[in-house]
Write a protein that binds this ligand. Structure first.
Ligand code: BYC
Length: 474
């Protein structure tokens, strides 16, 4: 079904034929807009931003580009087309018809999953709300706002499911999605990473590389769901999500490229000299990487999870790209896990495969993260330097799962708390690192100009030049 833009809420779910649902969502819409004004991007609401807007769910030509004031963005409800032959692809209901309605016994766990997913979307907008003021260029400012409006749309995607399939409970959850706030001591966002401040652009690029990539893997897992409307919703969200990770990937590449230029110009790798010249030294980049990667690893949940086992059994949430696995039941298999032996070492444990689904997904995620790191390292190699960036071990600085609270070095070697504390500033950004990075954050709003700590992108958006007026400030 094509997207109907005449409706108050653009949609391809024939909202007009369900007056009750339409009214409920129209009631939520002003609350969303109020939230956007209060906690969305600070200022810039009257700027004309060169944004893409979804106009169809086809893989080709699904979006148009044009100047939009953010509060006028057409946030809508778009589900990938229904496949009438789609069957449940894994778990105890393998091979049966997918569900168009939720079986009563799974209502509350499915609601919890949808709420958790939904909660991350406005959280990230809240985390990034002040970044516009320190954008390194109009190109970057536009990308920030593109990411923000699409996270807003992803919130709409989850709110639609809550309203359409969960009755009164769903409507209440939708309201609460606007009541919890990132970093709020009394009503924080559900998952840890989404309460971390993002107050500089290096963190923003790390977040869009590492944390949005968690989004990719969670959405892929939900796109396999036995509950078909959720699967179709997530399929389309993945189309938009790709750009967010691109922003992170190219953002980090551009920071590194600029650092390398400065290293070449100065003929030194000395971090102090590089900082003095206004670029981010590689050690600091590694520390930010360590911070955001380890925080994002926690988002996959515990490595041994009975929740994950029941999601898999019920078909509600599977493995990303389930098709790549031979055995879609995973009932007799076991998974070998490395866990702390509580004596300063490591031991292995065998657990049922279904209980290890969070870990399986986390492993796929780590492999995907590593692709970017390899690409960044090629920049270092080509420039003739031996320093390399790397992902820390999945045991490092964990707060969820078997390694939660266990001190290790970035290689994953268990160490004493005292040793960890002694080295902490070598591995993770400290106050001095953060204030240095903050000192670089000065907004650059002249057309075609770029802050000195980051290289320009290779190309602009939608075939426009890099110096295009991506945001018209008034
Ligand atoms: N922080 O059995 P466990 C995105 C909770 S990002 C705090 O280990 P389970 C985006 C967990 O909720 C993708 N709490 O975990 C990116 C559970 O609580 P309840 C977001 C945590 O349930 C950038 C309890 O611990 N989508 O889209 O197997 C910008 C025991 O849980 C954390 C999803 O997460 C944590 N890190 O799996 C914008 C998908 N980790 O329920 C957007 C939906 C776990 O007992 N969520 N807990 O009170 C899920 O699938 C699962 O809830 C999780 C955890 C993967 C998060």
């Amino acid at each position: 079904m094509s997207i109907n833009y005449q409706d108050h809420i653009p949609n391809n779910v024939d909202l007009g034929s369900n007056r009750t649902l339409q009214r409920a969502l129209e009631h939520w819409q002003p609350e969303f807009l109020k939230w956007w004004q209060d906690l969305g991007p600070s200022d810039f609401q009257v700027a004309d931003v060169y944004l893409r807007t979804a106009t169809s769910v086809d893989a080709k030509g699904w979006a148009t580009y044009g100047y939009v004031r953010m509060p006028e963005y057409r946030w809508g409800i778009f589900l990938a087309d229904q496949d009438p032959d789609r069957k449940i692809g894994f778990g105890d209901y393998y091979g049966r018809e997918v569900w168009q309605q939720i079986p009563g016994e799974y209502r509350s766990i499915l609601r919890r999953l949808i709420v958790t997913q939904g909660d991350t979307e406005p959280a990230s907008v809240e985390q990034q709300r002040l970044l516009g003021h320190t954008a390194p260029s109009l190109y970057d400012l536009r990308n920030l706002f593109q990411v923000n409006v699409e996270e807003g749309r992803h919130l709409w995607a989850m709110v639609y499911l809550l309203h359409a399939y969960f009755g009164r409970d769903g409507r209440e959850e939708a309201e609460e999605l606007l009541e919890r706030h990132s970093g709020d001591a009394n009503k924080p966002r559900i998952l840890g990473t989404f309460n971390e401040p993002i107050s500089d652009w290096l963190s923003f690029f790390m977040f869009t590389y590492f944390t949005d990539r968690d989004g990719k893997f969670q959405l892929k897992s939900l796109a396999e769901s036995s509950f078909d409307p959720l699967a179709r919703t997530c399929q389309f969200m993945l189309t938009e999500e790709a750009h967010h990770m691109f922003v992170g990937d190219t953002g980090i590449s551009r920071v590194i490229r600029r650092t390398l230029e400065v290293m070449k110009e100065l003929g030194t790798e000395d971090p102090i000299a590089i900082r003095k010249a206004g670029a981010v030294d590689l050690a600091t980049i590694q520390k930010y990487l360590n911070f955001w990667f380890s925080s994002s690893l926690d988002l996959f949940g515990a490595d041994v999870s009975s929740n994950a086992a029941s999601y898999f059994a019920n078909g509600l949430k599977g493995r990303p790209d389930e098709m790549q696995y031979e055995d879609h039941l995973a009932s007799g298999q076991r998974y070998t896990l490395e866990v702390p032996d509580n004596d300063g070492g490591v031991k292995t444990e065998q657990i049922p495969m279904r209980n290890a689904m969070n870990e399986v997904t986390r492993n796929s995620y780590v492999r995907d993260c590593d692709i970017g790191v390899k690409r960044w390292n090629r920049l270092l190699e080509k420039a003739g330097y031996t320093t390399r960036l790397s992902l820390p071990s999945t045991r490092f600085r964990r707060n969820i799962g078997s390694w939660a609270g266990i001190s290790t070095d970035p290689a994953g070697r268990p160490i004493s708390r005292a040793e960890f504390d002694a080295h902490k500033a070598d591995w993770l950004p400290d106050e001095a690192d953060r204030s240095f990075v903050h000192s670089l954050m000065q907004g650059v709003f002249d057309r075609g100009k770029m802050a000195a700590w980051i290289a320009p992108p290779d190309r602009g958006i939608n075939n426009n030049p890099v110096d295009y007026e991506y945001v018209k400030l008034h």
